[in-house]
Design a protein around this ligand. Sequence first.
Ligand code: ADP
Ligand code: MG
Length: 480
Amino acid sequence: MAIGEKYEAVIGLEIHAQLATNSKLFCGDAVSFGAAPNTHISPITMGHPGTLPKTNAKAIEYAIRIGLACGSKIAKDNYFARKNYFYPDLPKGYQVSQHTTPICEGGTISIPLPTGEKNIQLNRIHLEEDAGKSIHDISATDTLIDLNRAGTPLIEMVTEPCIHSAEEAFLFVTEVRKLVRWIGICDGNMEEGSLRCDANISIRLKGVNTLGTRVEVKNLNSIRNIKKAIEFEIDRLIQITETGGTIIQQTRSFDANNDTTFSIRDKEDANDYRYFPDPDLAPFHLTEAFIQSIQNKLPTLPATLKKQWKTQYDLSDYDIDQLVEDKEEADFYMDWAATCKHYKAIANWMIGPIRAAVNEGSISFQQLSSLIPYLVELVELVETNQLSFSVASTRVFKEMMANPGSPKDYATTNNLLQTGSTDEIEKWIEEVLANHPEKVAEYKKGKKGLLGLFVGEVKKISKGKADPKMTTILLEQKLT
Ligand code: ADP
Ligand code: MG
C-alpha cells in the first residue's frame, strides 16, 4: 500500500470575507481599498477614550444573507465581545468579534466532486472587525502601519473538519467565492485580501475516528496557494509520522516562492483572550420579520437556477455550468431568452462573442440590456440562414455595439445577407474549382474530406454570403 493511502487528511477551513459595505462595522469611516494610508481612521476606529461605536445595520443584513443562503440557523439574540490581544495593527488593543453567539449556526455549501455533489458542513459564520495592515516591504529598517482596514466588517465562516483533500478545499473556496459574489455581500477579490483563508490540517490512519494534532496555515490569499499549502502540509505530516516523529500543534505560514510552509509559532491550546461582552455596544435582537425580509430579497441561488434552466431551456450541463457562474451573466441570459426561443443559440452567443466583448471591456451587461431587441433580431437572422454566424458575430455585432440599430437594416445596406440563390453560389463554386484543379483531381480520386475545404473557399470568396448548406449540396452535384 502506498504511504498516501494509509492516511486520511482532515481539513477545516476558516474563511474571512470583507463585507461590501460603504462604511466600517462600528463607525462611518469609508471602507476603501487602495486609499492613501491612514486616511480613514476616525477616533472611533482608533478606539480613543470616550468614543462610542454604533453597529452598521448593513453588515448584519449581509451576514444574515449568507447564513440564509447556506441554510444556517440565524441566532435571534446576539452581542459583540471583545477579544483582547496586543498587536501593532490592532489600534484598540482588542478585536470586536462574536464569541458565544455566532449570528449563523450550521449550514452547508455543496461542492461538485467528480463522484457527485458533497455537502461541506459549516460550524458557524460570525461577524467581526478586521485589523489594520503591517507593511514590511517598503522600508528596509522599519515596519509601516496602515490602519485604514481596521474596523472593516468581516464575516468568518468556519467549516467542520470534514474536508479530506486539497482538491476538496480548492472546490470549497471556489464555491464560497462564487456565492459571496452572487449574493452581493463581498467582491471575492483574493488579490486585494477581500477573501482570505486559514487552513487547519491533520492526518490520521484510515478508519480512525478521532482527530489528529493539527497545524494551521494562516492567511492564504489565493485559491492556488490554499491547494499548494494543503498538499505540502499533508505530505509533511505523513513524513513526520512515518519517520517516528511527533506532530506539534503549530501556526504556519505559506511561502509562495517555493510552495512550502514554515512555522511562525507553536500554538498554545487555549489563548487567553479574556473575551467579555463589549460594554459600548448594545446587544441586538433580530426579529423573525426582519430575517424574513432578507430572505425575500435573496436572489435565486445558482443550484436552484441550474435545475430550473435544465427544464426551461433544455441546455447541456456544460452550457448551464458556464452560464450560471456569474449572476450578471445569468440574469442577462434570462432577459434575452425571455423574448427569443433559440436557447442553445443564445448560449453559444453568450459563451462566445458576448463574453469576449464584455471581458475586453468593449461593452457592459448594462449597455447590452438596451440592445436585447436587436440581439433577438440578430439571432433570428442567423438561425434562419439569412446571415452567417461569422459575419454576424464579427461585423454586425461589432457595428451594433458601436451604433445601436437594426442588424437586418445594417446587413441589407451593406450587402451582407446570405444568399441561397443557386445562380450566385454556382458562380463562386466555378471560381473555387478553377482555382484548385489539383484538389479537384484528388477529390475525384476519393479524397472526399476535401469537400470542407471547397465549402470554406466558397465562404471566403463570397465573404460569408453563400448559404453553406446550399453550397454543400451544389458542390456535391458539381463534383460527381
Ligand atoms: P480555533 O479557535 O483555535 O481556530 P476551532 O476549534 O474554532 O479552533 O477550529 C478552527 C478550524 O479548525 C475549524 O474549521 C475546525 O474544523 C478545524 N479543526 C479543528 N481541529 C482540527 C483537526 N484536528 N484537524 C483538522 N481540522 C481541525
Ligand atoms: Mg483559527
